[in-house]
Design a protein around this ligand. Structure first.
Ligand code: BGC
Ligand code: CA
Length: 307
């Protein structure tokens, strides 16, 4: 009898392990590569190499390189499974530090990577090919860093834990008064980069839907003193509204007007379009709205709205 129970227990454990594996197989667009104990994501929307690098970084990962044969094999399999119209995918290999000396982003030289050049490559066409793609067969080609390609990001298992805000990104805190999670980024970015950073964390630039939410953001901002804001004006933080048509028609990032969103509290004398280029939305430390130049860097607040 005891033996039988042991058998059933073993079966149960096996079943639970299988289920856990299934769940672990895909998360936030990433696939678990068992042989490498790493997570890979194939971004099929083409981007320049530096935008691809930034996107991976903002997701908490790196632009991936085929550092081992296990990773190289997984990359080929993912490319074969995808619905891409192009054959070439950016990897983290580049020669931007020293021309012709290709290395991965963590400095591993080409000789130690699992890479095979295509015939006649690398050829540095127009002396402008410092970035590297691979094709479905895993063969490498040096290409211009400025031409957009799909790309691979890689994240370590330790960075894949989903928190109670539903994201693998750190720094999000649930606010019971609104039911949303928020994160104030102290490293300043321009408005579009800020939006990109939020999306990379499965969030969006914060949208204020009530006086209460404006108060909540005011408190979150107040908790971050001026001297810990890195490289931007510490008196403003970007949020998810913009004057998309540059004619004073302010919309949220969900396309609603401010009254539709439920909050149109501008700070005194705002919006004033100071300097004629203030088409993106921020809050001041009073928690009220201010128009601000989209291209100047500010701290910013991301939000995850519960599903
Ligand atoms: C003004 C804001 C403006 C900001 C731009 C502030 O002094 O009050 O209206 O958006 O400067 O730098
Ligand atoms: Ca203004």
């Amino acid at each position: 009898m005891a033996k039988r129970r042991g058998y059933h227990f073993a079966l149960l454990v096996y079943f639970l392990m299988c289920t856990a594996q299934e769940l672990a197989a895909s998360r936030a667009g990433y696939e678990y590569i068992v042989e490498a104990d790493a997570w890979l994501r194939l971004h099929i929307v083409p981007a320049t190499w530096s935008d691809a690098r930034l996107r991976c970084h903002l997701e908490g990962g790196v632009l991936a390189s085929p550092t081992t044969t296990a990773i190289a094999t997984a990359m080929s399999a993912m490319m074969a499974d995808s619905k891409m119209t192009t054959r070439f995918v950016f990897i983290g290999v580049h020669a931007l530090i020293s021309k012709g000396d290709f290395m991965s982003l963590d400095g591993v030289p080409l000789a130690n990577l699992s890479i095979r050049w295509r015939e006649w490559e690398p050829n540095n066409v127009k002396n402008n090919e410092d970035c590297v793609t691979i094709d479905g067969a895993g063969e490498a080609n040096d290409v211009s860093c400025d031409s957009p390609h799909p790309y691979f990001c890689r994240k370590e298992t330790a960075k894949m834990t989903v928190n109670k805000c539903g994201t693998t990104a750190d720094g999000y805190k649930l606010e019971p008064r609104t039911g949303s999670c928020y994160k104030l980024h102290r490293l300043a970015r321009n408005w579009h980069r800020a939006a990109m950073a939020c999306h990379a964390e499965e969030a969006h630039l914060a949208v204020i839907n009530s006086n209460l939410e404006s108060q909540v953001l005011k408190e979150i901002f107040a908790a971050v003193p001026n001297n810990v804001i890195k490289s931007g004006d510490p008196n403003f933080a970007f949020v998810g509204v913009w004057d998309w048509n540059e004619h004073g028609e302010w919309l949220t990032v969900f396309g609603e007007s401010l009254p539709e969103a439920g909050f149109d509290g501008w700070s005194p004398n705002e919006p004033n379009n100071a300097g004629g280029q203030e088409f993106c939305g921020s809050i001041k430390r009073d928690g009220l709205l201010n128009d601000y130049p989209c291209l100047i860097r500010l701290p910013f607040i991301c939000e995850i709205t519960p599903k």
